[in-house]
Design a protein around this ligand. Sequence first.
Ligand code: BGC
Length: 772
Amino acid sequence: MKKYIVADEWNIIEEGFDPHLNKISESIFSLGNGRMGQRANFEENYSGETLQGNYVAGIYYPDKTRVGWWKNGYPEYFAKVLNAANWIGIDIRIGEETLDLYTAEVSNFKRVLNMKEGYLERTFTAKLQSGKMLQVCAKRFCSIVDDEAAAIQYSLKALNFDDVLTIIPYIDGDVQNQDSNYDEKFWDEVYKEVKGADAYLTLRTKKTAFDVCTATRFSVDTDQHYDIEELMKEKHVGARLQINIKAGEEIRIFKYAVNLSSENYPKDQLLQASKDLLNRVSAKGFDTMLQEQASAWAEKWKESDIIIKGDVEAQQGIRFNIFQLNQTYTGEDERLNIGPKGFTGEKYGGSTYWDTEAYCVPFYLATASPDVTRKLLIYRYKHLQKAIENAQKLGFKDGAALYPMVTINGEECHNEWEITFEEIHRNGAIAFAIYNYIRYTGDQEYLSEYGLEVLVGIARFWSQRVNWSEARKQYVMLGVTGPNEYENNVNNNWYTNTMACWCMKYAIEALDYVSGTHSDRYTELTTKMSFDAHKEIQAWKHIIDNMYYPQDEQRGVFLQQDGFLDKELIPVSELDPSDRPLNQKWSWDRILRSVYIKQADVLQGLYLLEDQFDEVTLRRNFDFYEPLTVHESSLSPCVHAILAAKLGDQKRAYEFYLRTSRLDLDDYNNDTEDGLHITSMAGTWMSVVEGFAGMRVRDGQLQFHPFLPEKWQSFSFNIFFRGSVININVDKDGVCLNNRSEKDITILLFGKPVFLAGSSSVNVDNHCAEFQ
Ligand code: BGC
């Protein structure tokens, strides 16, 4: 844990420069706009430790798989979103000296991520070895208005010298991924051009042949005449210019950049489209672009902000999470998805995990138009054929679909057998997201349009993955890994068995619905899927009715897997703190044999299917599993926060919330330098909305059961629900519900109906007898 970020409601602030923290800060201060993103690398040369990262959404390279012992069924490659051309580069020289914060004496360093307006600002004073001192202020952003464009304003003031200032703005495409499996470079050069202040570089990915054209234009705010020397070398374009700078004088450099990919333009039009966009954004100018950026962010904040009063750190934490989620995925392009690290690092390759469906969907459902979540679902619909092929590779047949654990284009990329072949519960999350979307939006039509095919493919998979146990006279599921990756190859993981049957039940309901309401479409789809309704539904029902679920009758809890009770049940509290985190301190073998749970597993199931279980069952399982959980996945505390809140344990709900909300800001797990935990940020949001505010949707109705964490004076947020926009404010006096839309709505508050006419609000006092 490192606590160096200054608390502030709207800004993330770092004061003072410590090269040891640089990679962490590069992650924390990352910028993005859904279409591209980057780590907070410096514009000028930096010779200290850094992870350079510029990413263009959807542009990936299939890096040949590297494993010690090949197993049949492993994917050939791991698709990674690539480190793309560095477009921020502006090298600075004073006389013969290069500005480099690693070698200069740095003072007054301050880095600010302005979340309200969506830009990054860095100011510092640098004393070069010669004693010359300069003051710099660099501001930049990735535009959310023109999402292929970005801009930089780099101001530099000579403090105590007159000299020649050399400015070298450049685009560098000779970049690598640090996680490249075979130390390969993934880009080839296609085209380059430098014309005065404009530079163009088109690169093509090896194998996948995506083209990305990066183009920049710079200008320098000075009356002096300067000549531009054009610079070109392999995969590198830039310019060099020199001006005289005098003590006290300030020079401003502007750099506009665009990144266009062949995913969105025909290759032969990419260059022209880049030129057009560059002309358009540079004509607006930096200030106008920044104003537009601030207004667009103001709109986003209106939709998705959570306002917490009385706790600045909590406010900063939740805003940071919401800001980063909105920087990562905007829902404008159904070919894109949400990598666990977004655009903030190489880990997890920018690929899609079950995290999207299990953790991110609730956030986008409530804070954006339903279309955004729909696009996330359609992403999986489009990968259905690949999921069927993936299942076929593993020996399944007849349209059974196994979605990949890790993917960009629908093909599996993960290559650890215990996860690739066994962590199959991911299929459950994908089906559940369809249910969740329809439950929230009421958009049943989604089933006949897209959902049904996915549900049938998934149900078919489960029906083939289970087997009949003669000994038990029940169905069992052998050799799986549940959400708790600290147990592998176990039999009858309760969560997986439960989700499997839930999926089959839901698929049957979906079939009923489509056959009852869209008979032509039903015939079309069942023909397309060669679906034998009688035989297949019969088989699924037989499994549903005869599934085995491990449980301990005596304790009244579900068992994580068959052998769970053979383990030594020693709670985490008795572990020596020096043994934590286990994944860094213990051998893998010791972890696997231990009882310790990486992340919610049985509890994940109870969270998703909460309504099927009574409170006593929820409590017993929570009390049994929580003390054994080490929360070494960032996805764990949020589920615990929500369940603790549901069980009325406000104190513990708040403790779990704290673990998730500032996970990256305080580098809680010592791994922020790899990138931010973007998908768990959605979990933080869930902890407040589903945890503290107790929001649920049941039978098409919005419900709240809020409480106010002791440390807070109040919290409030907006929810978009079926055409209404509801603001809920919870403070020490009670709850205020405000209908900010024209549409009337009835909401259940503490289980009692509250009618809210359009544009009206209702205050419910804590002492109001009706709500006690
Ligand atoms: C978790 C998985 C998760 C992945 C990506 C792992 O550590 O155990 O559940 O999908 O990280 O976030």
